[in-house]
Ligand binder design. Structure first.
Ligand SMILES: Cc1cc2nc3c(=O)[nH]c(=O)nc-3n(C[C@H](O)[C@H](O)[C@H](O)COP(=O)(O)OP(=O)(O)OC[C@H]3O[C@@H](n4cnc5c(N)ncnc54)[C@H](O)[C@@H]3O)c2cc1C
Ligand code: FES
Length: 269
């Protein structure tokens, strides 16, 4: 699924419009980032310099999916995990932040009638932009979104998805505090699309995406998965984000930043 987007990627100094906590330890950052907003595609990501744009600490940028684009603004939805995201969460409106984007291939939006987006945890981050994009560019197709989280408090951006005029929006929580009591993959299992009729796009924890991929294989549904890996450069130079290609093991590696982050599920599992 490699696409050469390198000619469109730029290091853009963007102004922070807003950076607010939307759920415990989860932030939504809005940037004024015009060149990115005009060329980015769903599933692409940015390497963000989380510290002061004039200093080298932390040295490595951090990768974040493009969550939403509206006019000239680009949004990122991120969870505070370690030092980099902690620093990012303290950034204030008006500050400038350096963003290398758009990177990666993005989702391959096929022209079948039905699309089903399956997100788990922070894996919902790239799916809002995808849902909006399909709605706009394929008005005759149906779009279903299935979202899973551990508990209700971690369900984020539900209103944003609900306002996309979707054909279906279903929710699952591991503890039953909202929607279906169980896994988001159980919601996918209930769907009755016939062979080849649906495109499934998935992002979330690896075991969830693996389960989605195996279910789609059984039902003969097209399936794409957006992978995560530790990244140093984000553009194919350090070879730090390698994953082995299915069936070839150590013989053939794919790089999540430059060959992905989106892969046909059959390439990986
Ligand atoms: C293409 C891509 C898109 C991403 N999009 C988003 C997004 O939209 N929202 C979001 O919240 N996160 C996203 N991530 C993950 C995000 O990049 C990491 O959470 C972030 O870099 C952590 O930085 P840190 O300095 O806070 O944590 P660190 O101190 O670097 O690490 C803290 C902990 O998080 C783990 N970790 C760090 N980076 C990753 C990673 N890439 N994948 C899995 N575990 C990691 C570490 O192993 C460690 O356990 C994405 C990752 C990739 C590769
Ligand atoms: S992060 Fe450097 S090659 Fe992918």
């Amino acid at each position: 699924m490699k696409q050469d987007m390198s000619s469109l990627s730029r290091d853009i100094l963007s102004t922070i419009v807003e950076n607010k906590e939307v759920a415990p330890d989860i932030y939504l950052m809005t940037l004024e980032a015009k060149p990115i907003s005009t060329v980015a595609k769903p599933g692409q990501f940015a390497m963000i310099k989380v510290g002061d744009s004039h200093c080298d600490d932390p040295l490595l940028r951090r990768p974040f999916s493009i969550h939403n684009i509206s006019g000239d603004t680009v949004q990122f939805l991120y969870k505070v995990l370690g030092r980099g995201t902690q620093i990012l969460s303290a950034a204030k409106p008006g500050m400038e932040i350096s963003c290398l984007a758009p990177l990666g291939n993005g989702f391959n939006i096929l022209s079948n009638k039905s699309h089903c987006l399956v997100g788990g945890g922070m894996g919902i981050a790239p799916l809002l932009f995808l849902a909006k994009y399909i709605r706009k560019n394929q008005p005759g197709s149906s779009v279903h979104v299935l979202l899973g989280a551990r508990t209700q408090k971690e369900l984020i951006a539900i209103e944003d998805f609900a306002s996309q005029n979707l054909d279906g929006l279903e929710i699952a929580t591991d503890d039953g505090t909202a929607g279906h009591y169980g896994l988001v993959t159980e919601l996918l299992e209930k769907q009755a699309w016939s062979t080849g009729e649906v495109n499934v796009y998935s992002c979330g924890p690896e075991p969830m995406m693996k389960a989605v991929a195996h279910l789609c294989q059984k039902r003969k549904w097209h399936c794409q998965v957006s992978l995560e890996a530790l990244m140093a450069c984000g553009m194919g130079a350090c070879l730090g984000c390698a994953v082995s290609q299915k069936g070839l093991g150590a013989k053939k590696y794919l790089h999540v930043c430059s060959d992905g982050p989106v892969f046909s599920a059959g390439e990986i599992w």
